[in-house]
Design a protein around this ligand. Structure first.
Ligand code: SF4
Length: 327
């Protein structure tokens, strides 16, 4: 176990963790809400520090990141635990049930990533990487020194100070914006929306950001709320790509899968405010990228990705700046 960053000692061997907005006060022998930061004799330890539960080479599109080195592959790793408690969690075997995990060092992981042919870098994903903070921080620093990109796939529920300390080493993030109301965050996810919005605002100033919203049938698919959410994202930057993901029943929440018509309606509404909106977890959908100005095809996504109309970050046909990072 590794002593954590971002906590303070209280009386009676209690500690207060302020890594995420839960700000847990933890008694001796207990863990915080995330289940992985444990108070042992008045010191807070990370129990998942160098533990890895999942590892794979994934297409960058699977994160999903559609505008960050399209067509590349990235070494993707995850650990155990999560600081939210989404009823629909798709990865509950590692986020909540703490399945098998193996040990690895930061240097070992970076060395593995560097030895993979054509690998873009390391994606910290599968469970929530912010509660793997000490390991991600050390590994991201080491990876950056070795010319690798660092990608966080996160729920964005992290306090401002640790976020700002980590961001200089992070190249891209996909941040879940699970809904647009505190009611939904509190009742379905066990969190609050405002800290996630703050993460999106801060991160979008420091690295490439894309956003994912899982549309859960009958819970967060109100078209007016979707419009408000897209309007808010556009107030930061209308070039931020937004991915609506199709829900299928999982963990503690079993409802009908998101109707395809709902996904199309959400995309149409969001496109009133945003230049790039995609639909994930569903087949037969046009997820190509078109120029927001001249509407010509820029990136074709079928089994593979082909960039057909972008040159030096601009549309080849009309010269419009395009938010796709290729090199
Ligand atoms: S990281 Fe874990 S222990 Fe720390 S405040 Fe968040 S949920 Fe609590």
């Amino acid at each position: 176990m590794k002593e954590t960053m971002y906590y303070k000692k209280l009386e009676d061997k209690k500690v207060k963790c302020y890594l995420c907005p839960h700000n847990c006060t933890i008694a001796d022998g207990k863990t915080g809400i995330c289940g992985v930061r444990k108070n042992v004799d008045g010191i807070l330890y990370s129990q998942n520090y160098n533990k890895i539960s999942s590892i794979a080479m994934d297409p960058i599109e699977k994160k999903p990141l559609y505008h960050f080195f399209p067509g590349n592959i990235v070494l993707s790793v995850g650990t155990i635990g999560c600081n939210l408690n989404c009823s629909f969690c798709q990865n509950y075997s590692i986020s909540k049930e703490y399945g098998e995990a193996e040990e690895i060092t930061s240097k070992g992981l970076v060395s593995m990533a560097s030895s993979q042919h054509d690998n873009l870098g390391i994606a910290y994903t599968y469970n929530e990487p912010s509660i793997w903070y000490e390991f991600v921080y050390e590994t991201a620093k080491e990876a950056k020194c070795n010319g690798l990109k660092n990608i966080l796939v996160t729920n964005g529920f992290i306090s401002q100070e640790p976020l700002e300390a980590l961001l200089p080493y992070i190249d891209a993030m996909n941040i879940d914006l699970k809904g647009y109301s505190n009611k939904y965050y509190r009742e379905i996810c066990g969190g609050e929306v405002e800290p996630v919005k703050r993460t999106i605002e801060i991160a979008s100033r420091m690295c490439h950001v894309e956003i994912t919203t899982l549309l859960v049938t009958g819970l967060n698919d109100n078209i007016n709320d979707i419009g408000e959410m897209a309007k808010w994202i556009s107030s930061i930057d209308k070039d931020i790509p937004l991915h609506f993901s199709r829900y299928f029943g999982s963990y503690k929440l079993y409802r009908d899968p998101t109707p395809i018509d709902t996904l199309y309606a959400a995309r149409d509404e969001a496109k009133k405010y945003l230049n790039y909106v995609y639909i994930g977890n569903a087949y037969g959908i046009d997820n190509n990228t078109y120029c927001p100005n001249c509407k010509r095809l820029l990136a074709k996504r079928e089994n593979e990705v082909s960039l057909e109309g972008i040159n030096n970050g601009k549309c080849m046909y009309c010269g419009q700046d395009i938010n796709i990072i290729c090199d």
